[in-house]
Ligand binder design. Sequence first.
Ligand SMILES: *Cc1c(COP(=O)(O)O)cnc(C)c1O
Length: 383
Amino acid sequence: MSKEKLGLNTICTHIGEIKDEQFKGAVSPIYMSTSYQFEDVEVKRYPRYFNTPNQEYLSKKIAALEQAEAAMIFGSGMAAISTTFLAFVKTGDHIIIQNPLYGGTSNFIREELPKYGIEFTFTEGYQISDFENAIQPNTKLIHIETPSNPLLTITDIRAVASLAKSNNIITTIDNTFASPVIQNPIDLGIDIVIHSATKYLGGHSDILAGAVAASEEHINKIWHAGKNLGGSLSDFMVWMLERSMKTLGLRVKAQSKNAKKLAKFLKKHPDVKHVYYPGLKDHPEHELATSQMKSYGAMMSFEFKKDIDASKFLKSLELIKSSMSLAGVESTMLIPALTSHSLLSQEERDSLGISHGLIRFSVGIESKRDLINDIEQAIELAK
Ligand SMILES: *Cc1c(COP(=O)(O)O)cnc(C)c1O
């Protein structure tokens, strides 16, 4: 093949396949062994060492998608996040965490890091000055999330990366909401990209997994912490993830296309007060989103005007599922104040703008007309 970089869908389909030399089957065989013969190699193969054949090969697909030198696959998104943080910080160090962000990450930081004597600051907001203001002499890591959960705020990736570089600080990004299909933060200067592979990489609401992509040097550090912390993914699930990722490009593009249309529909709807979607021209960071994303993704949030009850609306939906999690091929909605962000205090939610009526919408691949019909009938019932 030519040296030219392979296209997105070719990478999704083929990079990281294991050739079935024995039977010439069309797909990668699964190697479930937890024990491999000693060879003259530095590190023997063992699933907790992230180096079984399936783990090693699928990592190549994730690295290729994120334009990274290397990648690792974890048992969950939180295993990927916690292992990465603990690989780079120790007692007495300080990390900066963007506000707003995924509730589970914020719980991990608040509940676990104090036990290790690791200091942290949640930023006031997501502007570059908010990060600048939070830097201390012992700051070792800045973590951002863009688009963020649940309000789809957009952080300037290039600006944060360059601020961190000039202060010798490592940068990590939670790229889950965008997926590698529409945002490649390493190209914009970020050091380490983290995914909850439970979401778009898996895409069918049946896999719990995580991934990290970075330079060989950084992955090596994360690997050393990872084998001690024990958050690797079983080979069967690795194989499932490989199968799912073959359609990643197709799925995410179809979902984003649907989402843009749904966002426009909701925005025009007389009962809808506000739609939070970076693809809308009135989103405060629309231009920034355009400059760092290839499209605008398939996540959005919206609020109704006063006379519509959000809980009643969710209960009245027939096609769209009201459920936890996101990014599957099926559309889902939830109320963050009652679910993903329920552990925050009312005050914290208010300061972030997460109201009780805010609905998070993960747009799937269903026909647009059916989604619109479902929303319309549920609105009528919720009046
Ligand atoms: C779901 C999610 C996580 C956590 O991933 P798990 O696979 O549930 O551990 C982290 N970040 C974001 C943005 C998520 O949506």
